[in-house]
Design a protein around this ligand. Structure first.
Ligand code: PLP
Length: 425
């Protein structure tokens, strides 16, 4: 953050107000939580019909037949046709699996230790080697914890308004064969809201990598989660990779966790024919087949691609006012003080707040004293350590607008108090 000049007198006045508000909040016994980006009940209610959409006797599709029994499948054909355009892939490139795309990412990294993905010599794996992934920061904490769980080291790369710093990505991936992948949330990124530019997509597809089996983990979790009428456009990564002569470069992931039920949706993996064959082979040893009836529920519930888009519009109607409420508070309480910067995303689940460097941890601590749980400072960095201690992720989706109002009043008071402690003599 470029720190605009702070007017000490303004900050002193704001601190005095913030102290009173903080004391009042402490005395009032608040208990609010704006930590995780979960859908709220009203969003879950939009998909309630999924629970009853299949009547007794409805368990077949023309292409797959009876879905009640064991049988391997790449995913129901008609469901792949509905979701492929939303992920900018072809139906034959798409695999549908059970809830949780994160589990697919974990599975791909873990499998690579025993059976390296296409590009590496046949029959080899990463086991016994030092393996590193590039981690654009701030980023998604669970990408980082998949790596720490599986013994993969992370090398951070700063995010820019166009995606990761590509000069650095090209330099690192180009010279170090231990760098086997990069984590990307390419649309409405978690937590910055950034959508990768065409140039970034092109450079990721075209760059030379020292590792022959380098993979772009393209976690398109928020592909269809628009918040505004301006919808960000993201170039299709698989097409870009094909055109650049690296057809096996990217693994695409997605899910309906924030479309239908976070605990009962379907997930997606998409890639080149060689990668899909590699994935299905590994996956076939893990499971005899996914929950095909849940896939059928999703198929009958949405019916068409347009059906999914109309459903996402209803999510937007619930979420847009919540994001507006957060932004209103940040603007009203912090803008003129010059002590913080924040994002105003067109989609996704988060607002990223940068406070005075060295104070994010203190802000979270002060908020906790006043009964408001914030995502731990540093959560958006590997190991939970933000070297500048300045980034805080705000997740507006779950609380009611009233609770958000209260939580944000507390949060902005804490930002002011921590800034005053740091900047005023
Ligand atoms: N990817 C990103 C970027 C996310 O923010 C989340 C959830 O917050 C997930 C993946 C988790 O997805 P799933 O529920 O499909 O495992």
């Amino acid at each position: 953050m470029n720190h605009p000049t702070v007017d000490p007198q303004l900050l002193r006045e704001a601190r005095d107000r913030a102290r009173r508000e903080h004391e009042e909040a402490k005395a009032s016994g608040l208990k609010l939580d704006i930590t995780r980006g979960k859908p709220c009940s009203a969003q879950l209610d939009l998909s309630e019909r999924l629970l009853t959409v299949l009547a007794e006797g409805e368990h077949t599709t023309q292409a797959e037949g009876d879905l009640r029994n064991y049988s391997p499948t790449q995913g129901l054909t008609e469901l792949r046709e509905i979701f492929a355009p939303l992920l900018d892939v072809r139906p034959d490139q798409l695999v549908v699996r059970d809830n949780s795309s994160l589990s697919l990412m974990h599975q791909c990294v873990a499998s690579s230790f025993f059976h390296a993905p296409p590009g590496a010599p046949e029959g080899t794996g990463w086991a016994g080697q030092t393996v590193r992934f590039l981690a654009p920061v701030p980023g998604y904490d669970r990408h980082f914890t998949v790596c720490s769980e599986l013994g993969v080291e992370l090398v951070t790369v700063p995010m820019t308004p166009d995606g990761p710093d590509m000069d650095l990505v090209e330099e690192l991936a180009g010279k170090d064969a231990s760098i086997k992948g990069i984590w990307c949330v390419p649309k409405y990124s978690n937590p910055t809201g950034v959508t990768y530019s065409s140039e970034t997509v092109q450079r990721l597809a075209a760059m030379e990598t020292a590792a022959p089996d380098f993979r772009v983990y393209w976690d398109n979790a928020y592909a269809i989660h628009h918040l505004r009428s301006t919808e960000a456009q993201l170039d299709p990564i698989l097409e870009a990779c094909e055109q650049a002569g690296h057809p096996d470069r990217a693994f695409v992931f997605g899910s309906t966790s924030k479309v239908t039920f976070a605990g009962g949706g379907v997930s997606f993996f998409a890639s080149s024919p060689a990668n899909v064959a590699w994935f299905l082979k590994r996956d076939g040893f893990r499971s005899i087949g996914p929950d095909k009836l849940n896939q059928l529920r999703h198929l009958r519930f949405f019916e068409t691609t347009e059906g999914v888009q109309a459903h996402m519009q209803r999510h937007r109607e619930i979420l847009e006012p919540k994001f507006d409420a957060v932004l209103r508070h940040l603007e009203k309480d912090l803008a003129e003080l010059g002590i913080a910067e924040w994002t105003d995303p067109d989609g996704g689940y988060f607002i990223s707040l940068d406070v005075v460097p060295g104070t994010a941890g203190r802000v979270v601590e002060l908020a906790k004293e006043a009964g408001v749980a914030l995502t731990p400072a540093g959560a958006t960095f590997p190991g939970g350590v933000d070297p500048d201690d300045r980034n805080i992720r705000i997740a507006p989706t779950m609380p009611s607008t009233d609770d958000l109002d209260t939580a944000l009043r507390v949060l902005t008071s804490c930002v002011v108090l921590a800034a005053a402690e740091s900047l005023l003599p």
